[in-house]
Design a protein around this ligand. Structure first.
Ligand code: ADP
Length: 204
């Protein structure tokens, strides 16, 4: 268990802007950003991965697969960054379900804050289709993913709401407006994040 890290989970349906906003957060704060979806996709593109079939089946309908795989992959990325001195983590699209949230908190670290990007269904659908990473990003699968988000992730959000750890940001505005709202919300929350300085940007 890592007890000295700050874990901020960013949740929202497909196309809500999680990836976009996490990339911006990474330029502003000293942190690492991991997308569980990207991790699973990269596992998919590895022909030697033993988890390929299971992940493929799960992802098509927006499920994220068994918790041991999800959290095993996530944990190894977190540990690697931790060894390099990173102590703040933005987790994009995690936890998708209550059992994942519980397993993560039992085995990896406590969650400090959950930031929910609120976005109307129509906007999520439009953005997700415009992005289209592959042929699986079609209307049917996107609808399934939005449904799964609404049905399953709600339980995880409720758990954190009961603990007073959920903040919400309206995500159907343009990217800079959403980004400014997120920064303001983080500033008002109980967590303290280290800003990146311009010298650090110079070093890349
Ligand atoms: P998510 O990670 O939540 O699935 P992404 O960040 O990948 O969403 O965004 C999905 C698509 O919508 C991308 O093409 C992205 O450029 C676009 N997008 C993200 N945020 C906004 C926004 N606020 N306004 C318009 N388009 C956006």
């Amino acid at each position: 268990m890592l007890l000295d890290i700050c874990v901020v989970c960013i949740l929202g349906g497909p196309g809500a802007g999680k990836g976009t906003q996490c990339s911006i957060l990474q330029t502003k704060f000293l942190c690492a950003h991991f997308s569980v979806g990207d991790m699973l996709r990269s596992e998919l593109s590895d022909p030697d991965s033993p988890h390929r079939e299971l992940i493929l089946k799960s992802m098509e309908c927006g499920r994220s697969g068994p918790k041991e795989i999800n959290i095993g992959i996530l944990q190894s990325h977190i540990q690697e960054a931790y060894a390099k001195g990173v102590r703040t983590f933005f987790l994009d699209g995690f936890p998708r379900r209550l059992d994942l949230a519980e397993y993560f908190e039992e085995h990896v670290a406590p969650v400090s804050l959950v930031l929910v990007l609120e976005c109307p269904r129509k906007v999520m659908m439009l953005r997700a289709l415009r992005r289209r990473r592959n042929e699986r990003d079609n209307v049917d699968n996107t609808n399934k993913r939005i449904n799964t988000f609404e049905e399953k992730t709600v339980d995880a959000i409720r758990k954190y709401e009961a603990a007073g750890k959920v903040v919400r940001v309206q995500a159907d505005a343009d990217v800079p407006t959403v980004s400014a709202a997120i920064e303001e919300t983080l500033r008002q929350s109980a967590i303290r994040l280290d800003l990146r300085t311009s010298e650090m940007e110079d070093q890349g």
